[in-house]
Design a protein around this ligand. Structure first.
Ligand code: ARG
Length: 457
């Protein structure tokens, strides 16, 4: 028998460089469990529909189960020169049961086989990733619960804008990750569609039972078009798109932690266990983990572009280009999962410095909107109030004092509408507590979103 699954029509041997160039075992060996499970289901089905005799089916099934056992316990290893994991598993089965192993490929092609294994792998990894995301979301919510009144400079353009609570800020990330998780769930639904039974591209003349295989492998649907089934990698692109957004969200968060942990900000300190030092400068404690999370967002964007570009322009149906899907997919899965985990680890050991955050809010004029709002409650049109408060701020800047240090007389010089009650409106905590609109930063409004978040978790 020829060494290759397809050697029959070839006279000459494959060039060694071509073998090395086309080989994907090192990459796709992680699919071995999925491949074995799918092979088992295929054998059981072929036996059920009597394409295989009962005794053939039993022998193949026993061989596959023994193979699974041996691989699980590391008793056998793959030949690194094998063309891919699918051909290697068939070879190992042949070692066990002899030429009968060749019958396993009845009514099956590696084209539907690889699509099936990849989908089984990804649906599982999506569950794993969603679990990690959920842990991260849970820790964001619990931090939020204890920082409802912790003041933080809210910024736009990175310039002080209006104070927000640390809770509100952290919950913003909760919602990003919530959308990410929902995107993954939808992607999982479309991933969970069975290609096996599509053959190389056109289906098969054997009386196969795809529903039986679907049930055995717990797919929620069956790919309805064999050409589409073997050439579709939308699910890979869709996953990488969702994962890119996760990375982007992690990256924004990482960026803030990097800024916040500088002495200039001093809002947080990252733990020794989650930071690194410098080989030259003894004083350094660097946020390398956060930086790598930020940096690796580029990897994901690259993986997405790589996968979608690979698909573009491919004629139906299977083309070898599709083997490249796994380069991008596996890197995307590994990178995103580890980044979510590491972000969570970093957060679990972080120290927040609420006093430093509050100090940054004091005197940053982030209560200026509230002074304008105050004038509006006294009947002044907002546009006019905006102009007037701008002039008061300019005066404060000249005097180098914060807004709340202006005396009542100094303020009344700008408008007689201002009364002593203004001093209730200007302290940062009052400013925070006043933003009670739904989705706003007041403790009561944040409490409301935390409640919603907990229902989702
Ligand atoms: N290893 C290939 C892949 O990952 C599957 C093999 C299909 N090869 C073929 N010549 N039809 O896509």
């Amino acid at each position: 028998m020829s060494q290759k699954l397809w050697g029959g029509r070839f006279d000459g041997a494959t060039h060694s460089e071509v073998e090395a160039f086309t080989n994907s075992l090192k990459l796709d060996e992680r699919l071995w469990q999925c491949d074995l499970k799918a092979s088992l289901a295929h054998v059981r089905m072929l036996t059920q529909v009597k394409v295989l005799s009962q005794s053939e089916g039993d022998t193949l099934e026993k061989g596959l189960l023994e193979l699974e056992e041996a691989l699980t316990h590391g008793q056998i290893v793959f030949n690194p020169k094998a063309e891919d994991v699918h051909s290697e598993i068939e070879r190992l089965l042949t070692e066990r049961v002899g030429a009968l192993a060749g019958k396993i490929h009845t009514a099956r092609s590696r084209n539907d086989q690889v699509a099936t294994a990849t989908r089984m792998y990804l649906r599982e990894e999506i569950t794993n990733l969603r679990r990690e995301l959920r842990l991260l979301q849970t820790s964001l919510v619990s931090f939020a619960e204890s920082h409802l009144e912790t003041l933080l400079p809210g910024t736009t353009h990175l310039q002080p804008a209006q104070p927000v609570s640390l809770a509100h800020h952290l919950m913003a990330y909760f919602w990003m990750f919530q959308r990410d998780s929902e995107r993954l769930k939808e992607c999982q639904l479309r991933t969970n569609c069975l290609p096996l039974g599509s053959g190389a591209l056109a289906g098969t003349s054997f009386p196969i039972d795809r529903v039986m295989v679907q049930q055995e492998l717990q797919f929620t649907s069956i790919c309805e078009n064999s050409l589409d089934a073997v050439s579709d990698r939308d699910f890979v692109v869709e996953f990488l798109n969702a994962a890119t957004l996760i990375q982007v969200h992690l990256s924004r968060m990482a960026e803030e932690l990097i800024l916040w942990s500088t002495p200039q900000y001093g809002f947080v300190e990252l733990s020794d266990a989650t930071t690194t030092g410098s080989s030259m400068m003894p004083q350094k404690k660097n946020p390398d983990v956060a930086e790598l999370i930020r940096g690796r967002s580029g990897r994901l964007a690259g993986a997405w572009v790589g996968a979608v570009t690979m698909l573009k322009g491919l004629p139906l149906s299977y083309n070898r280009d599709l083997q490249e899907d796994k380069v991008h997919l596996f890197d995307g899965v590994d990178t995103t999962r580890s980044c979510v985990r590491l972000m969570n680890l970093m957060l679990s050991q972080i120290t927040f410095f609420p006093e430093k955050m509050a100090e940054a809010v004091r005197g940053d004029f982030s209560n200026a909107t509230d002074l304008a709002d105050y004038l509006v409650t006294k009947g002044m049109p907002f546009r006019q109030a905006h102009e007037l408060v701008g002039a008061i701020v300019r005066e404060c800047l000249n005097k180098q004092i914060p807004l709340e240090a202006m005396s009542l007389d100094q303020m009344r010089a700008f408008s007689p509408l201002i009364e002593a009650s203004v001093f209730n409106a200007l302290p940062p905590l009052s400013v925070l507590k006043a933003r009670t609109s739904r989705g706003g930063t007041s403790p009561s409004a944040v409490q409301f979103q935390i409640q919603k978040a907990k229902e989702l978790l």
